[in-house]
Design a protein. Structure first.
Length: 303
């Protein structure tokens, strides 16, 4: 039970810790010296200062798990590490990557005799203690090679993980998962905003959220976290109303168009995130201008 973890951010570092707690020896690498130092002294975890050292620290057949940002960071690392690997080794891409990128990556790995699996990982900062939901794509051999580690990372050895299908399936299922997450978050946010706007009722939003957690049809872990946040600060006055999008919501919307499957909730939730980023400001200014020119409605000028 020996694995290499590349990428020691919020997810990767805690995954290394959970694996080590489960009896796995973990060789860990990140380009950030501070990230490596954060795992220094952790029993069972050996931070190393290069990909070459990481591969050298692992006995054959090697298992390498990448938890890097999707896109260039992941691709550059794969291009660097594959020539260092040998026949029978296994490479796992755990990024929130576009599922179509998995196919050429699996092909490149296969040309060197290396197994490849794509893994969608959910659990965030809570995964260390609660376990991670893991969605795997790849051949039976690739998934079998990492199953002992997945059983440690998951909430229990037999729940919270699944070999979803061929190469790309893990990232595809995770993409849809995140699209659903967008819609659920948006619905909760709109509902609490609506209740907060009914000022004459002076509704206690935190108390309502706590009550809904018990017996309500909308009870969920997401509601649990929302209730906790509202209990700490129900006004949220210190938080800017800007919501980032990771990219998976965009891919989900694009996929729905290509497949001709209507996904209005997920797509509108994505559009709302764009609006919070100021990307709808020009359109709003033009709308105000049109009302002014055809109806004489007053414009609000910047100070």
């Amino acid at each position: 039970m020996h694995i290499g973890m590349v990428g020691l951010g919020r997810m990767g570092a805690n995954m290394a810790r959970r694996l080590a707690r489960g009896g796995t020896r973990v060789a860990a690498f990140d380009v950030s010296e501070a990230a490596r130092a954060g795992l220094s002294g952790t029993p069972g975890v050996e931070p190393v200062d290069s990909l070459t050292a990481l591969v050298a620290a692992l006995p054959a057949p090697r298992r390498l798990w990448l938890m890097l940002p999707a896109g260039a960071a992941t691709q550059t690392t794969i291009d660097t590490v594959l020539p260092l690997m040998e026949t029978g080794d296994t490479l796992v891409d755990g990024a929130n990557a576009w599922y179509r990128d998995a196919v050429p990556r699996a092909r490149a790995a296969g040309e060197r005799g290396v197994h490849f699996a794509d893994a969608g990982v959910s659990g965030g900062i809570w995964g260390l203690d609660n376990g991670y939901a893991i969605m795997l794509g790849g051949s039976d051999a690739a998934v079998a090679a990492v199953t002992p580690f997945v059983r440690i990372l998951a909430p229990t050895p037999d729940t919270g993980w699944l070999h979803c299908g061929p190469v790309g399936a893990g990232h595809f299922v995770k993409m849809v998962h995140n699209g659903i997450e967008y819609g659920m978050m948006q619905a909760l946010a709109e509902g609490f905003a609506l209740m907060g706007a009914k000022e004459e009722m002076d509704l206690d939003l935190a108390a309502i959220a706590q009550m809904w957690r018990h017996g309500s049809v909308v009870r969920s872990w997401l509601l649990d976290l929302t209730a906790e946040a509202l209990t700490r600060d129900s006004g949220l006055e210190g938080i800017r109303p800007v919501v980032a999008d990771s990219g998976e919501g965009r891919w989900t919307a694009i996929e729905s168009v290509e497949l001709g499957i209507p996904t209005p909730v997920m797509t509108l939730a994505l559009m709302n995130r764009f609006g919070t980023q100021g990307k709808g400001d020009y359109a709003a200014r033009l709308l105000a201008t049109m009302r002014n020119v055809f109806g004489g409605h007053a414009l609000e000028r910047k100070p």
